[in-house]
Design a protein around this ligand. Structure first.
Ligand code: FAD
Ligand code: NAP
Length: 356
């Protein structure tokens, strides 16, 4: 059997709405198809794997095959009195999975409601929001090795999941196509309310419920959904890929330097008192995480725009394609943002989106 190359415009398949076309687009609907493509030698051409396109920036028309993952299905692998192991195919929609699990009474994913994209895309940057991360619920990942044509299972430890990172983002693992993930979920619900803004939102909107222990999983997910809908620009109206940059993690020495330099700068401008505060959180290894949105705003770049792009006026770390930007326009604009932040704070912003 031969393979007939199909060309496909990808504008509606990436949430930044970059207008590119693939000349060899392949929708992957079955595992057998992957084996077949491997036998034909097509997977040796460094294909681009596309899920929901919500964390991807195309800077040119892809010349290698674009594999659009549409593998569907779920399977309960194991059930005990307290937990389940649920295997979910890579092409399922992440948010649909969250909704399904809550209905079934499989708990843990509530804080990750409404994150766009596919299940297969979720381990790539260890998706996280509102105090939860995929890594807390991931049991293992099934992959198709595009070099050998074999199926492999990668344990959660091997995935090296950390803040917006995993082994899959690195060259050594880019021949692995995720076909499914297995999640370990609890049959007992315990609300994860460590994230301050979430706790406040729930308290304000559920006056009748006094104790956090009484919240249901549905209430928690609904709170996350409503905060997200009120704060984040919808890519259908304002094309974006969520946070364009990662949050900034620096050593405490760098943080002290940042406090000093930003304070003296603000004092010079007549804008600050001595107690100038930078929002921050300690990370596991005693580093400091600063919201990149704060750095962008501090540098006067919140809402900053050119003809095609802008940093969002409410969510400063979200880059909007507001006027038919090409991928190169977006990359150039983001480079300017990076340079200005570097000049003013000596901090190097890191991209969260995956650039092709
Ligand atoms: P894609 O964008 O299609 O691909 C992203 C990367 O993963 C690419 O490198 C691609 O090659 C690779 N990839 C995709 N599928 C596979 C696979 N099956 N096998 C191997 N590699 C694969 N992220 C968060 O972490 N938290 C958030 O709260 C969040 N909020 C967002 C809000 C908005 C409005 C938007 C637009 C994005 C947001 N994101 C967030 C980013 C994005 O939703 C996630 O990173 C998501 O997991 C990407 O999945 P995807 O299927 O769209 O991946
Ligand atoms: P926010 O609530 O305004 O908080 C600002 C920042 O402070 C966030 O970046 C968050 O880091 C950090 N933070 C807040 N409370 C924290 C805590 N208790 N411990 C550690 N860090 C804390 O943020 P927001 O922009 O509205 O986003 C809300 C959540 O959705 C965040 O978790 C964010 O990551 C997620 N989100 C992600 C994307 C994306 O594309 N990656 C897009 C939209 C929203 P964290 O980012 O590490 O949580």
């Amino acid at each position: 059997m031969h393979h007939k190359a199909i060309s496909q415009n990808l504008k509606h398949l990436n949430t930044l709405a970059v207008d590119v076309s693939a000349n060899n687009y392949i929708a992957i609907n079955s595992y057998d198809q992957l084996e077949h493509l491997h036998r034909l030698g097509l997977l040796q051409e460094k294909p681009i794997i596309l899920g929901g396109g919500s964390n991807i920036l195309f800077t040119k028309n892809p010349t290698s095959p674009v594999l659009h993952i549409k593998l569907k299905g779920m399977q309960l692998i194991k059930e005990t009195e307290s937990s389940v192991l649920l295997s979910v195919s890579a092409g399922e929609i992440w948010h649909d999975l969250v909704v399904y699990c809550i209905k079934q009474g499989y708990y843990g994913l509530e804080n990750l409601a409404l994150i766009p994209g596919t299940v297969g895309g979720a381990p790539i940057q260890n998706i996280g929001a509102y105090g939860a991360e995929l890594k807390d619920y991931l049991h293992n990942v099934s992959v198709f090795n595009m070099e050998t044509g074999q199926q492999q299972t990668i344990t959660t430890d091997e995935c090296k999941l950390s803040y917006r990172d995993s082994c899959f983002k690195h060259k050594s693992h880019q021949h692995l196509l995720i076909t499914a993930i297995t999640l370990k979920l609890s049959k007992t619900f315990k609300a994860n309310l460590q994230y301050q803004s979430l706790k406040e939102h729930i308290a304000k909107n559920n006056e009748s419920t006094s104790e956090p222990q009484e919240y249901t999983a549905q209430q928690l997910a609904s709170a996350v959904i409503s905060i997200r809908q009120s704060k984040l620009p919808n890519p259908l109206h304002l094309p974006n890929a969520g946070s364009f940059f990662k949050n900034t993690v620096i050593s405490s020495a760098q943080f002290q330097y940042l406090i000093q330099s930003t304070t003296s700068n603000l004092i010079r401008q007549g804008n600050a008192c001595e107690q100038h505060q930078i929002p921050h959180h300690k990370t596991e290894n005693n580093n400091i995480k600063i919201p990149t949105a704060w750095l962008i705003e501090y540098c006067g770049l919140k809402g900053h725009s050119n003809q095609t792009c802008r940093m969002h006026e409410n969510q400063a770390v979200v880059l909007i394609n507001h006027n038919h930007a090409t991928g190169i326009d977006i990359l150039n604009f983001s480079d300017q943002i990076k340079q200005k932040v570097k000049q003013q704070t000596n901090i190097d912003l890191r991209l969260e989106v995956n650039v092709y």
